[in-house]
Write a protein that binds this ligand. Structure first.
Ligand code: GNR
Ligand code: NI
Length: 172
Protein backbone atom coordinates (compact mmCIF):
# COMPACT_ATOMS: atom_id res chain seq x y z
CA UNK A 1 0.00 0.00 0.00
CA UNK A 2 1.14 3.53 -0.66
CA UNK A 3 -0.02 7.07 -0.29
CA UNK A 4 -0.01 8.70 -3.72
CA UNK A 5 0.67 12.36 -4.50
CA UNK A 6 -2.50 14.35 -5.16
CA UNK A 7 -2.15 16.85 -8.02
CA UNK A 8 -3.36 20.41 -7.53
CA UNK A 9 -5.20 22.71 -9.95
CA UNK A 10 -4.02 24.01 -12.44
CA UNK A 11 -1.83 20.94 -13.12
CA UNK A 12 -2.57 20.02 -16.77
CA UNK A 13 -2.71 16.30 -15.90
CA UNK A 14 -6.02 17.00 -14.15
CA UNK A 15 -7.45 17.80 -17.61
CA UNK A 16 -6.79 14.37 -19.10
CA UNK A 17 -9.77 12.24 -20.07
CA UNK A 18 -9.40 8.74 -18.63
CA UNK A 19 -9.48 5.52 -20.60
CA UNK A 20 -12.05 2.78 -19.90
CA UNK A 21 -10.75 -0.16 -17.89
CA UNK A 22 -10.77 -3.44 -19.82
CA UNK A 23 -8.47 -5.58 -17.66
CA UNK A 24 -9.48 -6.21 -14.03
CA UNK A 25 -6.27 -7.66 -12.61
CA UNK A 26 -4.20 -7.60 -9.41
CA UNK A 27 -2.37 -4.47 -10.52
CA UNK A 28 -5.71 -2.62 -10.77
CA UNK A 29 -6.76 -3.96 -7.38
CA UNK A 30 -3.52 -2.76 -5.78
CA UNK A 31 -3.96 0.66 -7.36
CA UNK A 32 -7.50 0.85 -5.95
CA UNK A 33 -6.16 0.00 -2.47
CA UNK A 34 -3.60 2.79 -2.82
CA UNK A 35 -6.37 5.17 -3.86
CA UNK A 36 -8.40 4.31 -0.76
CA UNK A 37 -5.35 4.76 1.46
CA UNK A 38 -4.62 8.12 -0.17
CA UNK A 39 -8.27 9.24 0.14
CA UNK A 40 -8.56 8.27 3.83
CA UNK A 41 -5.21 9.87 4.61
CA UNK A 42 -6.09 13.19 2.92
CA UNK A 43 -8.86 12.93 4.29
CA UNK A 44 -11.55 13.02 1.63
CA UNK A 45 -14.82 11.31 0.73
CA UNK A 46 -13.81 10.53 -2.86
CA UNK A 47 -10.78 10.29 -5.13
CA UNK A 48 -10.47 9.89 -8.89
CA UNK A 49 -7.46 8.35 -10.66
CA UNK A 50 -6.94 11.62 -12.54
CA UNK A 51 -6.07 13.31 -9.25
CA UNK A 52 -3.07 11.03 -8.75
CA UNK A 53 -1.89 11.36 -12.36
CA UNK A 54 -3.35 8.08 -13.64
CA UNK A 55 -5.51 7.76 -16.75
CA UNK A 56 -7.45 4.65 -15.77
CA UNK A 57 -11.20 5.33 -15.54
CA UNK A 58 -11.65 4.55 -11.85
CA UNK A 59 -12.68 6.45 -8.73
CA UNK A 60 -13.23 5.48 -5.10
CA UNK A 61 -15.62 6.92 -2.52
CA UNK A 62 -16.60 6.53 1.12
CA UNK A 63 -19.22 9.01 2.32
CA UNK A 64 -20.10 7.09 5.50
CA UNK A 65 -19.66 8.61 8.98
CA UNK A 66 -17.55 5.72 10.28
CA UNK A 67 -15.57 5.20 7.04
CA UNK A 68 -16.72 1.63 6.45
CA UNK A 69 -18.57 1.96 3.13
CA UNK A 70 -16.01 1.66 0.38
CA UNK A 71 -17.36 2.15 -3.12
CA UNK A 72 -15.25 1.42 -6.21
CA UNK A 73 -16.44 2.85 -9.52
CA UNK A 74 -14.76 1.47 -12.64
CA UNK A 75 -16.13 2.94 -15.88
CA UNK A 76 -19.00 4.69 -14.07
CA UNK A 77 -21.93 6.32 -15.85
CA UNK A 78 -25.03 8.11 -14.58
CA UNK A 79 -28.24 6.41 -15.73
CA UNK A 80 -30.67 9.07 -14.54
CA UNK A 81 -30.70 12.00 -12.18
CA UNK A 82 -33.38 14.23 -10.75
CA UNK A 83 -33.79 17.60 -9.06
CA UNK A 84 -31.07 20.13 -8.59
CA UNK A 85 -29.75 21.81 -5.52
CA UNK A 86 -27.03 24.28 -4.72
CA UNK A 87 -24.42 22.65 -2.51
CA UNK A 88 -21.08 23.55 -0.99
CA UNK A 89 -18.26 21.74 -2.70
CA UNK A 90 -14.54 21.29 -2.22
CA UNK A 91 -11.85 19.19 -3.88
CA UNK A 92 -8.56 17.69 -2.72
CA UNK A 93 -7.03 19.05 -5.95
CA UNK A 94 -8.19 22.58 -5.07
CA UNK A 95 -6.96 22.88 -1.48
CA UNK A 96 -8.46 25.43 0.91
CA UNK A 97 -11.32 26.46 -1.38
CA UNK A 98 -15.03 25.80 -1.19
CA UNK A 99 -17.84 27.22 -3.24
CA UNK A 100 -21.46 26.61 -4.13
CA UNK A 101 -22.29 24.65 -7.26
CA UNK A 102 -25.46 23.17 -8.73
CA UNK A 103 -25.73 19.37 -8.58
CA UNK A 104 -28.47 16.79 -9.09
CA UNK A 105 -29.99 15.79 -5.74
CA UNK A 106 -30.58 12.11 -6.55
CA UNK A 107 -29.24 9.81 -9.22
CA UNK A 108 -28.79 6.20 -10.26
CA UNK A 109 -25.42 5.13 -11.62
CA UNK A 110 -23.85 2.01 -13.06
CA UNK A 111 -20.21 0.95 -12.68
CA UNK A 112 -18.03 -2.11 -12.32
CA UNK A 113 -16.33 -3.14 -9.09
CA UNK A 114 -12.63 -4.10 -8.89
CA UNK A 115 -13.43 -7.59 -10.20
CA UNK A 116 -15.25 -6.24 -13.22
CA UNK A 117 -18.71 -7.10 -11.90
CA UNK A 118 -21.29 -4.58 -13.04
CA UNK A 119 -23.62 -3.06 -10.45
CA UNK A 120 -26.15 -0.25 -10.20
CA UNK A 121 -26.71 1.99 -7.19
CA UNK A 122 -29.06 4.80 -6.13
CA UNK A 123 -27.40 7.78 -4.51
CA UNK A 124 -28.61 10.94 -2.81
CA UNK A 125 -27.16 13.73 -0.72
CA UNK A 126 -23.37 13.79 -0.33
CA UNK A 127 -22.95 10.47 -2.14
CA UNK A 128 -24.85 11.75 -5.19
CA UNK A 129 -22.76 14.91 -5.11
CA UNK A 130 -19.58 12.89 -4.88
CA UNK A 131 -20.53 10.61 -7.82
CA UNK A 132 -21.01 13.69 -10.02
CA UNK A 133 -17.77 15.25 -8.76
CA UNK A 134 -15.70 12.09 -9.42
CA UNK A 135 -17.25 11.49 -12.86
CA UNK A 136 -16.26 15.03 -13.81
CA UNK A 137 -12.66 14.32 -12.73
CA UNK A 138 -12.58 11.22 -14.96
CA UNK A 139 -13.40 13.49 -17.92
CA UNK A 140 -10.84 16.13 -16.97
CA UNK A 141 -13.37 18.35 -15.21
CA UNK A 142 -13.14 20.23 -11.91
CA UNK A 143 -15.83 21.95 -9.86
CA UNK A 144 -14.02 25.27 -10.41
CA UNK A 145 -15.13 24.99 -14.06
CA UNK A 146 -18.64 25.76 -12.80
CA UNK A 147 -17.53 29.01 -11.14
CA UNK A 148 -17.11 32.41 -12.77
CA UNK A 149 -13.91 32.96 -14.68
CA UNK A 150 -12.95 35.65 -12.19
CA UNK A 151 -13.26 33.26 -9.25
CA UNK A 152 -11.44 30.48 -11.11
CA UNK A 153 -8.54 32.80 -12.00
CA UNK A 154 -8.29 33.99 -8.42
CA UNK A 155 -8.06 30.39 -7.20
CA UNK A 156 -5.53 29.53 -9.92
CA UNK A 157 -3.22 32.41 -9.03
CA UNK A 158 -3.34 31.55 -5.34
CA UNK A 159 -2.53 27.88 -5.93
CA UNK A 160 0.27 28.64 -8.41
CA UNK A 161 1.82 30.93 -5.81
CA UNK A 162 1.40 28.31 -3.06
CA UNK A 163 3.03 25.65 -5.27
CA UNK A 164 5.97 27.98 -6.01
CA UNK A 165 6.48 28.62 -2.30
CA UNK A 166 6.33 24.89 -1.56
CA UNK A 167 8.96 24.23 -4.24
CA UNK A 168 11.21 26.89 -2.75
CA UNK A 169 10.85 25.30 0.68
CA UNK A 170 11.81 21.91 -0.80
CA UNK A 171 15.00 23.31 -2.30
CA UNK A 172 16.28 24.65 1.02
O1 GNR B 1 -13.38 15.14 0.07
C1 GNR B 1 -14.13 15.69 -0.73
N1 GNR B 1 -15.23 16.33 -0.28
C2 GNR B 1 -16.23 16.79 -1.11
C3 GNR B 1 -17.15 17.66 -0.57
C4 GNR B 1 -18.16 18.15 -1.33
C5 GNR B 1 -18.26 17.76 -2.64
C6 GNR B 1 -17.35 16.91 -3.20
C7 GNR B 1 -16.34 16.42 -2.43
S1 GNR B 1 -15.20 15.34 -3.13
C8 GNR B 1 -13.79 15.70 -2.16
C9 GNR B 1 -12.66 14.76 -2.51
C10 GNR B 1 -12.25 14.98 -3.93
O2 GNR B 1 -11.64 15.93 -4.33
N2 GNR B 1 -12.64 14.06 -4.78
O3 GNR B 1 -12.36 14.19 -6.09
NI1 NI C 1 -12.12 16.34 -6.40
Amino acid sequence: MAILEILHFPDPRLRKVTEPITVFDDALSRFIDDMFETMYDAPGVGLAATQVGDTRRVAVMDCSEDKTERIVMCNPRILRSEDEEIVDEGCLSVPDHYDRVTRATRLRFAAADRDGHEYEMDAEGLLAQCVQHELAHLDGGLYVDKLSRLKRERIRRKLVKAARQADGADAK
